[in-house]
Design a protein around this ligand. Sequence first.
Ligand SMILES: [Zn+2]
Length: 275
Amino acid sequence: MLCPGGDPDRSCESCRRALHAFHPDLLNVQPEGVQIRVDRVREAIAFGAGKPYESARRVVRIARAEILGPEAANALLKSLEEPGAQLHWILTTTRPESLLATIRSRCLAAPVASGTRSDRVREWQARGFDAEDAADLAILLPGAEEKEARERLEEARRFRSDAIEALAAGLLDRKIASLVLLAERLGRAEPAELTSFIELLADAALAAAGVSAELFSHRAAAGPLVQIGRRIGSAALTKAVRVAADHPPDTRRGNRRLHFEMVLLELWLAASSTR
Ligand SMILES: [Zn+2]
């Protein structure tokens, strides 16, 4: 936003100063203590009303916008609605659901991936989740907001344990009906559930190739995944991962269910041939 040339490497003088927060047209509003006070917001509004020194606009970035105090949030509303041509507000938060509805409705939401899986585990722990919950949240509900995380963690765990149980029953105990039911469930699964399922297959493929369970995405399910890996072999599992990941984007005419029926049937046949 502040770069005069739009350089993709962010290497120009202007970009480097913005990245180090030394840009005359950039103001960072940082919380002091447990609240962002109204004075800070008033200063930011005054800064935003000034003429840009060297860029096409001025940018104010508010860190941890969820702790804007009520008075500060109200002071911000008018400028958020009509910032003028030369001012751009950026509000960052890890808890968008905690912003006032009136603020949210005046912003354009842009989700930003938050680092690696171990970063996400640390973030959930910092918000008071224990180690086991934090680890599961980081993998089962990446990008979830806190409210959603609390509501959906158990459901996401149940999906994972049901999926493993169905895979084990179908591929180890030869109960094809459980694979048909699993395909039906996958046919109406949420994106995060599909990702979890594909990761389970990928873990089984790793197991088949002799990779240690330490490196699995779903270490909690290592036991059955190793057994499935040994039974099916890495070639069939690797192919299943690739095909499963290429699932149809929508569920029209049951096409996604059919897609997963084919994936699981191929695995079932592979399990039969290696008995
Ligand atoms: Zn630049």
